[in-house]
Design a protein around this ligand. Structure first.
Ligand SMILES: Cc1cc2nc3c(=O)[nH]c(=O)nc-3n(C[C@H](O)[C@H](O)[C@H](O)COP(=O)(O)OP(=O)(O)OC[C@H]3O[C@@H](n4cnc5c(N)ncnc54)[C@H](O)[C@@H]3O)c2cc1C
Length: 380
């Protein structure tokens, strides 16, 4: 157990969002408590999803419970007070978090891990008619409605469009197809991607393999198509392509909520909080950020759950150090990282730099890693 500081007055450390890094940090605070430090968690949900298992939940391989971290239980373990509320702003002059329902909450130190949401603003009709995959609770509630409707009327044609050919969109297409094919024979899935190949941040073998899997499974792939307008029953692309559909899932580039930039924190050009390699805000060193909402100024990385998970331990260590008045330590994320992409059939693709490999054994390995991650929260 780490040694505790002797402070003259108690300090409030507030966490906004119970994302992957926050969850790990809170668990470690539970194991390494500090006297005279009050922990507070503001979360807009009581159950936060684990991104690695979310596509598997869509496919029906995992239950809701298996894929969600119970934040109330975690807060109890960490002796943190949980506010079920949404942060909507920061008063940085007075060090307060502005919430939707509660009065402003004061902090000495703040840690932000609120994730990101797909950008819907840039396409006409997307905000009104598309279903963004984040926030996940809203997405899952719509997904469950679709499952229910399809089960009640399997004879009806069901067409789903998915916009975005990154890992999220492609995984969603394969896993949604797996689940719905077991309910109806009348399913069509369209995937739209503006780039010339899928998962452009991965190597060409991975893109090609995923493209072949989608086509073999009868998913209609529209590469180099920019969606320009969305209606309740159709999608229109800049090329003139016009596709009728019942539902539209939005899995485009990650975007940050506007209130972050408005609060006065220094952000990158897209509104994500710029942090140093200690995970402290560039402009406000008593504020930390991790996961998708943070951009490491010197080590930018893709917005992916794997980085949010890895930042959990260094986030905890630096929060613990600052509370004890100690010097913080830099954290340098790996440049090359292994991605395991589930292909919706209990098989997975490993992507590592220039290398790629596809096998059911990789699914077993991914399943083991993901379950290990979730099991750590069962022990709290
Ligand atoms: C379909 C899909 C599949 C994906 N698959 C993978 C994958 O296999 N591997 C991978 O590495 N990445 C994957 N990703 C990306 C991954 O989901 C994100 O990178 C990851 O979730 C980021 O974690 P985080 O801790 O930053 O935030 P999140 O996991 O998004 O958590 C943020 C938390 O903060 C809460 N919150 C948000 N706003 C507020 C607010 N204002 N006030 C209070 N609480 C708030 C949210 O409810 C949530 O609980 C996938 C994404 C999608 C959409």
């Amino acid at each position: 157990m780490m040694k505790a500081a002797i402070n003259d007055r108690s300090k409030d450390l507030v966490f906004i969002g119970g994302g992957h890094s926050s969850a790990i940090a809170l668990q470690l605070f539970g194991l390494n408590p500090l006297p005279q430090v009050r922990l507070i968690l503001i979360s807009d949900t009581l159950k936060t999803p684990y991104s690695g298992m979310l596509p598997g939940h869509v496919a029906g391989f995992y239950s809701y419970k298996e894929t969600h971290i119970d934040l109330q239980r975690l807060a109890d373990f960490a002796k943190a007070k949980l506010y079920l509320d949404r942060a909507i702003g920061l008063d940085l002059a007075n060090n307060k978090v502005i919430c939707e329902q509660n009065p402003p909450l004061a902090f000495d130190y703040l840690s932000i891990d609120i994730g990101s949401t797909p950008d819907t603003i840039s396409v006409t009709g997307a905000t009104e008619y598309a279903i963004p995959v984040k926030p996940v609770p809203k997405f899952l509630s719509r997904w469950n409605e679709i499952l229910k409707t399809a089960s009640e009327r399997p004879d009806r044609p069901l067409t789903i469009s998915i916009v975005g050919g990154g890992a999220g969109g492609v995984e969603l297409a394969m896993n949604a197809k797996h689940r719905l094919d077991r309910i109806t024979d009348n399913l069509k899935i369209h995937l739209f991607h503006r780039g010339e190949r899928l998962l452009e941040s991965h190597n060409r073998w991975v893109s090609k393999r995923l493209q072949k899997i989608l086509l073999d499974r009868g998913i209609n792939l529209h590469l180099q198509e920019r969606v320009s307008e969305v209606f309740p029953d159709r999608i229109i692309c800049e090329s003139g392509l016009n596709v009728e559909c019942n539902y539209i899932f939005w899995v485009t580039q990650a975007s940050a909520p506007k209130w972050i930039k408005k609060s006065g924190l220094t952000t990158d050009s897209q509104g994500f909080i710029l942090v140093r390699d200690t995970l402290q805000s560039l402009s406000h060193p008593h504020i930390f950020a991790a996961g998708d909402i943070a951009t490491m100024k010197d080590y930018p990385r893709p917005k992916a759950g794997v980085f949010a998970v890895r930042q959990g331990q260094p986030l905890f260590e630096n929060l613990h150090r600052i509370l004890r008045g100690e010097t913080l330590k830099p954290y340098i994320p790996q440049k090359q990282y292994l991605s395991l992409i589930g292909t919706g059939d209990k098989s997975a693709i490993a992507s590592w730099g220039k290398f790629g490999f596809h096998s059911p054994l990789l699914w077993l390995w991914k399943d083991y890693i993901d379950r290990q991650f979730m099991n750590r929260f069962d022990r709290t």
